[in-house]
Ligand binder design. Structure first.
Ligand code: S3P
Length: 178
């Protein structure tokens, strides 16, 4: 099986859906952020602080090219991964791309917690009003890239195990129909 790339904005459920899909279809999950962190022995937050975002994007592209060569894997990308260089076209060539689409309300619910912010340097210092504004503007810029994915899946309903199970079952069905 060619890789399945899960893409979408921070908080759209790439990690949650990735873990659940991995268990459901019995394929390994690779979280691109974690893959980068293991290789560089630094958190994404530290890479941003030490090298800056431009350098992070180069690292992210290089690591994407490594993991895209693996077979039988699900790759949970970072929120920005498809939006830099030719990454989205590259992923479309290499495998199946799924855009996990969640509403602004769902994204705000998931990203406005201190825990969610602390892991993500891009939103770490924003209050809730600033965060809502920031997400709205970012989605406008990023949607042209996200919408190039081969499949779009509504990931607005991941609030408990039943919703997660139902979502994964539906996505898995869509994937087998492709
Ligand atoms: C980013 C999203 C993060 C991480 C980095 C940048 C972005 O990944 O790659 O902080 O630009 O949207 P998640 O979407 O997994 O939080």
């Amino acid at each position: 099986m060619k890789p399945i790339f899960l893409i979408g904005y921070m908080g759209c459920g790439k990690s949650t859906m990735g873990r659940a899909l991995s268990a459901f279809i019995n394929k390994e999950l690779i979280d691109l952020d974690h893959f980068i962190e293991a290789r560089y022995h630094r958190s994404v937050k530290e890479i941003f602080a030490e090298y800056g975002e431009d350098e992070f994007r180069k690292i992210e592209r290089n690591m994407l090219h490594e993991v895209a060569e693996f077979e039988d894997v699900i790759i949970a990308c970072g929120g920005g991964t498809p939006c830099y260089f030719d990454n989205i076209e590259y992923m479309n060539e290499k495998g199946m791309t799924v855009f996990l689409n969640a509403s602004l309300e769902a994204l705000m619910r998931r990203l406005s917690t201190a825990k969610a912010k602390s892991k993500r340097p891009i939103i770490a210092d924003k209050n809730n009003d600033e965060l809502a504004q920031f997400i709205t503007e970012a989605l406008e810029k990023r949607m042209p890239y996200y919408s190039k994915a081969k499949l779009v899946f509504d990931s607005g309903y991941l609030e408990d195990n039943i919703q997660i199970h139902n979502s994964v079952e539906a996505l898995s069905k869509m994937l087998t129909e492709e």
